[in-house]
Design a protein around this ligand. Structure first.
Ligand SMILES: Nc1ncnc2c1ncn2[C@@H]1O[C@H](COP(=O)(O)OP(=O)(O)OP(=O)(O)O)[C@@H](O)[C@H]1O
Ligand SMILES: O=P(O)(O)OC[C@H]1O[C@](O)(CO)[C@@H](O)[C@@H]1O
Ligand SMILES: [Mg+2]
Length: 801
């Protein structure tokens, strides 16, 4: 995630007070604004990270921070019990807490004007001049209304002498900002709401468990998931667990009655030997005539029409529980920082912002527009205009649904494409295993099948091919369950084509008539793709469209801000760190140095630091200077002394293995303990290959699918361009390596800012790679380091000089 906030440091008051002090002890001259945050609507994992980031950023910038307890109910009730000033320490350790620590509510009074009038009065009485609301579509609709009505509310308060003239003048404009916190992911203009991916994680885990018992009894399960009127959770869970059928509000079956369509698909799967059936029903699922579809309805159909032994599981509030996944913690943190920036940037003429995320970029969107768009989805559904409802959901939603439907019909429906258009597509994994590799392979293979292409797996990387001709067409039955599995089902290794043997590889490409290649892997895969492209002149077999889907926990592939597996790894590391931090907190005066993988990339260490609130992260990009180390030990000492054995004060230090050759985790821990003079002690903790993760995270699974389908489409779209270059009579003359159009057909599919993008491998290899370090030249996450530091009060040598 990149955050192009104007440099945080530049907005910081020049002489910073030590940020461990509560806001109230800061000198009033530095106080710019009083910023309040509330959480509202259903609680969502990650809300606490959002509040933590808002409170600390506000304090860091010299503002006073307030929290409104119990959502809008707290505004309506008012007073210091509900609108409280918060200090730096009040939000310590909140990253790993589920739910919302400041409470939330569904407040009917705020839907009435008199309730909002009270809310306005109480905000003014508390001296709050900016309100950040973290909530779902309902909460932000309320916020939008509140802001719209503000002038009339304060006029009425003034006229009725409920506020003074001074207050009336001072609080003329309500500065409001929304951060979207809801498990439903139903807010337009943002790809993800805080909490949605945590909920998806809970759902996928539950369905993974259900699969095992369903398999044992050869049963069908109907699983109801939340989401109110939005089918995002059901759709994404459907993709991530390769469920047999999903029912969502936005897309009732139009061609057929849903019962017949579901039974068709389920019986096709069963007839091919599948022992389990999972049907996911969104709680808002409806038929084309708007009649609700309940789990009982689905259960009855599966029993009556297909005679399946069927059970129903309503997941309920389990989906909202537990600690937030790494994505939500980081999203909530970066959005919290951005929300404070937005509030400080705003003038009376600025429209109220909503802090969104598009692909990998934190963005600001006009709140009013987002609320309007969101409301129009519900209106379109009510009007049975499902096409419009789909169009109004973000484009990613539409893409995911299209992919799910295609993949789910793989190998069952008549081929989409005429015979002459169908292709042989080779799939290979290269490098270390990464979460989501299987999902990508499964999805590209099944998508190929749905179009009529023939997917081939190249087993055990390029050496497998060169030495053993390990190529096999993939079939549907063999891949059942791959979507949810960790590791690499088709095997992977680090050898590049040059190491494995170009002659053999080319001859097998020719023998199996490959028309396209998709490589899933990390930096070795990147190098491999470049080699194949560079050898197209000698080997016509390589004159095929080739796509790399980056997959590595190091997240160091040029051309993308996100590699498959990095989210799974981040979660594995974060869970490990939460446990270690709990231990450190219980022991009171203890810190842990956690050694993090990632080669020369500090991505994992930096993001784990953000997600866990680590005190320090040492990364290869910066190294470890003695001066900074001394400074860090001093800061740790000071903070342990100040804490005086208070609870929840365990400290984490993330250290990338390659941050320093001299300072390994253990040495660092020993030195810190010695230098601390008994104030605190430090231990080392080494998660090692646990960081590759067990089951892939839902993000890696669903992104794996999305990237896979895009990769196949790229091959389809570039096949006609490449065919003549290997089928011409004069094969040498038919290929000009300098022809950009041809060389662009060897490409990396990645996420760049707010877009998915294909970038030619040659361009990346020549201009954007630091080959010696196996790193991209541009570190897209660099700006998050300053944020991670500021949120824990770490001082940098450069700042203290
Ligand atoms: N139209 C509205 N006018 C004023 N306030 C509203 C409005 N809609 C919602 N609110 C306020 O926001 C609160 C939360 O809304 P809602 O229950 O719809 O949850 P949400 O914010 O959409 O979150 P989630 O859907 O995740 O539970 C309501 O209880 C109410 O106080
Ligand atoms: O927790 P409550 O008030 O029962 O509400 C449940 C609703 O809240 C959500 O969990 C979040 O909006 C919905 O998915 C669900 O419909
Ligand atoms: Mg809602």
């Amino acid at each position: 995630m990149t955050l192009e906030t104007a440099d945080l440091a530049s907005k910081v008051a020049t002489e910073q007070e030590y940020p461990f002090l509560p806001a109230s002890t800061q000198t009033p001259s530095k106080v710019q604004k009083a910023i309040a945050v509330m959480t509202s609507g259903g609680d969502a994992p990650g809300m606490n990270s959002n509040v933590r980031a808002i409170v600390r950023t506000a304090i860091w910038k010299g503002c006073r921070a307030y929290v409104v307890m119990e959502g809008y109910e707290g505004l309506v009730k008012g007073g210091p019990e509900y609108i409280k000033e918060f200090g730096w320490e009040d939000v310590r350790g909140w990253n790993s807490d589920g739910g919302t620590n400041i409470g939330t509510a569904r407040c009917m009074e705020f839907k009435e004007r008199w309730g909002r009038l009270l809310g306005a009065q109480h905000l003014i009485e508390a001296g709050v001049d900016a309100l950040i609301v973290c909530g779902g579509d309902g909460s932000l609709t309320g916020a939008d209304l509140f802001r719209g009505e503000w002038p009339s509310l304060i006029k009425e308060l003034f006229e009725n002498k409920r506020i003074s003239e001074d207050q009336y003048t001072k609080y003329k404009h309500l500065n409001i900002c929304g951060t979207v916190g809801s498990i439903d992911n139903d807010m337009s203009t943002t790809d993800a709401t805080i909490g949605a991916y945590s909920s998806l994680d809970r759902i996928c885990k539950a369905i993974d468990y259900i699969e095992a018992t369903a398999y044992s009894h050869s049963r069908a399960f109907v699983v109801e998931v939340m989401g109110r009127n939005c089918g995002w959770l059901a759709l994404m869970a459907g993709i991530a667990t390769s469920a047999d059928y999903i029912l969502i509000p936005e897309k009732p079956s139009s061609s057929k009655d849903w019962r017949d369509q579901m039974c068709d698909i389920v019986s096709k799967h069963r007839s091919k030997g599948k022992r389990t059936t999972v049907v996911i029903v969104a709680e808002g699922a409806i038929a084309a005539d708007l009649t609700p579809i309940t789990p009982d309805d689905v259960h009855k159909v599966l029993v009556d029409k297909l005679q399946l032994d069927t059970r129903t599981t309503i997941l309920g509030h389990v989906q909202r529980g537990g600690t937030a996944v790494a994505f939500d913690r980081i999203l909530a943190t970066l959005q919290g920082v951005e929300a404070v920036n937005a509030v400080l940037d705003s003038t009376k003429d600025t429209p109220s912002p909503l802090i969104a995320i598009n692909e990998n970029k934190i963005t600001r969107k006009p709140l009013i527009e987002s609320v309007k768009l969101t409301k129009s989805v519900a209106a379109a559904i009510q009007a049975k205009d499902f096409k419009k409802a789909m169009d109004l959901r973000d484009t990613e939603f539409v893409e995911h649904l299209h992919n799910y439907m295609a993949i789910n019909s793989a190998d069952h429906n008549p081929n989409k494409l005429p015979k002459e258009k169908t292709l042989n597509i080779a799939i290979i994994n290269v490098g270390a295993p990464a979460g989501g590799m299987n999902s990508a392979v499964y999805s590209m293979a099944t998508y190929c099948m749905s179009q009529g292409h023939k997917p081939f797996a190249v087993y055990n990387g390029f050496t497998g091919l060169a030495r053993h001709e390990s190529v096999k067409p993939l079939n549907w039955f063999d891949m059942i369950g791959w979507q949810s599995r960790g590791g690499s089902e088709i095997g992977t290794n680090r050898h590049t084509p040059e190491e494995a043997g170009l002659d053999q590889i080319a001859s097998y490409f020719t023998k199996h008539k490959f028309d396209g290649l998709i490589i899933v892997g990390g930096f070795e895969a990147f190098v491999s793709l470049n080699q194949l492209e560079a050898h197209r002149q000698e080997y016509p077999a390589f004159r095929i469209p080739m796509v790399l889907i980056p997959a590595t926990l190091s997240n160091n592939v040029p051309g993308t801000e996100y590699s498959l597996g990095s989210d799974t790894a981040l979660n594995a590391l974060m869970e490990y760190c939460d446990v270690v931090k709990q231990s450190a907190s219980s022991t009171r005066n203890r810190a842990f140095v956690v050694e993090v993988q990632g080669g020369n990339s500090g991505y994992l260490a930096t993001n784990a630091a953000l997600a866990c609130g680590a005190q320090i992260s040492y990364v290869p990009e910066e190294g470890i200077s003695l001066e900074q180390l001394e400074q860090d030990i001093e800061t740790l000492k000071e903070s342990f002394e100040k804490a005086g054995g208070r609870d929840r004060f365990g400290k984490l230090i993330m250290k990338s293995i390659n941050a320093s050759k001299v300072w390994d985790a253990e040495t660092l821990a020993t030195v810190m303990t010695a230098e601390a003079n008994g104030v605190f002690d430090t231990k080392s903790a080494i998660p090692g290959h646990v960081q590759q993760g067990g089951l892939p995270s839902p993000i890696d699974r669903t992104r794996g699918t999305r990237l896979a389908v895009r990769a196949v489409k790229f091959i389809e779209n570039h096949s006609d361009l490449m065919k003549p270059t290997r089928q011409a009579v004069d094969i040498d003359a038919s290929y000009n390596p300098k022809d950009d159009k041809l060389s662009e057909t060897a490409t990396v599919l990645g996420i760049k800012g707010s877009h998915l993008a294909f970038t030619p491998i040659r361009e990346l290899y020549e201009n954007e790679s630091d080959l010696a370090k196996r790193m991209p030249k541009f570190i897209h996450w660099a700006s998050t380091r300053a944020i991670a530091d500021h949120l824990v009060g770490r001082k940098r040598i450069s700042e203290t000089k």
